[in-house]
Write a protein that binds this ligand. Sequence first.
Ligand code: GDP
Length: 366
Amino acid sequence: MEHPENSEEYVGLTVNKGVAPVSIVNPYLKRGRFARRKLSANDYVEGILKGDTSILGQAVTLVESQNADHQQVAQEVIEKCLPYTGKSIRVGISGVPGAGKSTSIDEFGLHVLKEHGGKLAVLAIDPSSERTKGSILGDKTRMEKLSVHPDSFIRPSPSAGSLGGVARKTRETIFLCEAAGYDKIFVETVGVGQSETACHSMVDFFLLIQLAGTGDELQGIKRGIMEMADGIVINKCDGNNVEKCQLAATHFRNALHMFPMPDSGWMPKVLTYSGFYALGIKEIWDMVYQYIAFVKHNGYFDYRRNEQSKYWMYETINEQLQGSFFRNPTISDMLVAEEKSVLEGRKTSFVAAKQLLDTYYKLMHS
Ligand code: GDP
């Protein structure tokens, strides 16, 4: 017998008939995710106004997209959301890498949600994210507690393009979040120059996180950045670092007195705290809310927001003009040649620039 194991004598050895392997492809896939109906601008707006975080996330992706069709829908969505925006408080949070931003934001977020209710969106401006192909800010994994909080929405920095472009997208995302009912917005940024200015241009309160250093910390931060701050908070005021932090706070307070009074009429405060041990968090947020009440009362709150809208109008014009110029194929070909002429000393920078611009204007008129 060819297969003795199939004989009735050997019941235990019987080879069972196989079953057909199960497909590794989900048979419902076509009907599900991939066949999802393309959302219209109205669908996005409806979802956002309902506070649907999945639709909000998709709308933010659209805002961040470089694709012209996506941009068109995104702009329509933003425009339709605008009447529902503006009712939040927007706080910029800045500090050098390692200052403790993510540790602090985690605690700050929990505190404001617990004490003041509402919903919190954490956004970021990180111009380095394009280079590093990944954001070092606004990353969910860095804010462990907030990322699982039902009333928080965390979004990493948009990564495409120039700082101006990245920042504009973050500003547009603020509008979408506000329309979705987020009444507290944190905008995180790294303490390296330009990105702080961009962050400052879209928030009501700019909080600068500092560390107590070797005593020369004041030299380390640029004057302009200190002048932007509405509050300076010195982190890691715990263990045997407490004294050093208090000394640093005194230095900052003295330094702030040397600057003219800010337009807001608010004298920036300097506080110490520990993000890690959650000490001094309440005092920081009491300060922020005190400031908001103060500037709402004296009219500076609205003034600052209007100035910011104006700033962003010009910023957007500049960005779009530059984009239109540099993306023009004739111009980009010409740029290579003109750059070479300048480098070889055959043309001055000004003549080359003028020729390029003249060509561009002619192209625009033809
Ligand atoms: P970020 O780069 O500004 O986001 O900084 P992180 O929040 O990642 O913090 C950098 C390091 O500082 C981490 O190792 C934290 O554990 C530590 N750290 C943050 N806040 C405190 C604090 O309040 N006290 C102490 N001792 N360490 C802290």
